[in-house]
Design a protein around this ligand. Structure first.
Ligand code: SF4
Length: 252
């Protein structure tokens, strides 16, 4: 039997690695599935600060101090290939997919999950998988309990999301993304909050502009970037917010 922890290096999945360490739980591998925006140009889907944290802080600490092996798995598909994938049937036949749809994200389905499944297959069904779901996420826990091979150490040790965050901070393992948001996701995620979009716009304009460029691609099935707006409309809104902030600060 192998014991593995799926880890995105967000607070919940990292907290369970810490709990495994604290409570001497058996753990053979910490497995991370990295989503790529553009494999050819080596652009990750992680927010740059989070990616730096993963490779320069979290992985070294988990391997050297906790003694767990970290395995990074990646798909051969990326955001760019998904964006340009041609739809072969249904009402959008002949169009390209365009931006992922938040409530049925093809990036999760095609890029994130398959490499993890492929890795699990190498264990020939003889494994237990730790998934970081906190005590205050009852609906997700109900779904988790349906698969006997999956358990949550956060649930086992009575950890809520807030407690998981505190535990990560205590070990110097809290990603810097929690300075401006309370979730961890791809920088191109259509489910992002305004605080995350604003961070991207202000600190990683080169990445934000890649989305603006893609917006110009014709024959997209998903014309809007999220449920409400195109990325160009979002850029205008963020620009207004920035100007307002500068104006407010200038008036102080
Ligand atoms: S964070 Fe967003 S874009 Fe990335 S896989 Fe999840 S839902 Fe998709």
């Amino acid at each position: 039997m192998k014991y593995i922890a799926s880890c995105s290096f967000g607070k919940d999945s990292l907290a369970q690695v810490i709990l495994a360490h604290e409570h001497n739980e058996p753990l053979d591998y910490v497995v991370y599935s990295e989503v790529m925006f553009d494999i050819k140009n080596n652009i990750s889907g992680e927010v740059p600060e989070h990616r730096d944290f993963i490779y320069n802080v979290a992985i070294p600490k988990i391997e050297k101090e906790f003694g767990y092996k970290v395995i990074v798995v990646k798909s051969e598909l990326d955001f760019i290939s998904e964006f340009h994938r041609k739809i072969v049937n249904g009402k959008n036949k002949g169009l390209i997919r365009g931006f992922p749809i938040g409530w049925k994200c093809c990036i999760n389905h095609d890029c994130k999950v398959p490499p993890m499944k492929k890795f699990l297959k190498t264990l020939a069904d003889d494994y237990q998988q730790h998934i970081g779901i906190a005590l205050d996420e009852p609906e997700r826990l109900v779904r988790l309990h349906k698969d006997k091979r999956k358990i949550s150490l956060l649930e086992k040790y009575g950890y809520t999301e807030a407690m998981a965050k505190d535990l990560c901070a205590k070990y110097g393992l809290l990603s810097p993304v929690y300075n401006y948001t309370n979730r961890n996701g791809c920088w191109f995620c259509p489910n992002q909050r305004w605080s995350e979009l604003r961070w991207l716009y202000q600190h990683h304009r080169d990445l934000f502009d890649k989305l603006v460029e893609l917006q110009k691609t014709p024959n997209k099935a998903s014309k809007k970037w999220n449920r409400q707006f195109t990325i160009t409309q979002i850029a205008k809104q963020l620009d207004l917010m920035n100007r307002q902030l500068s104006f407010d600060l200038g008036a102080l």
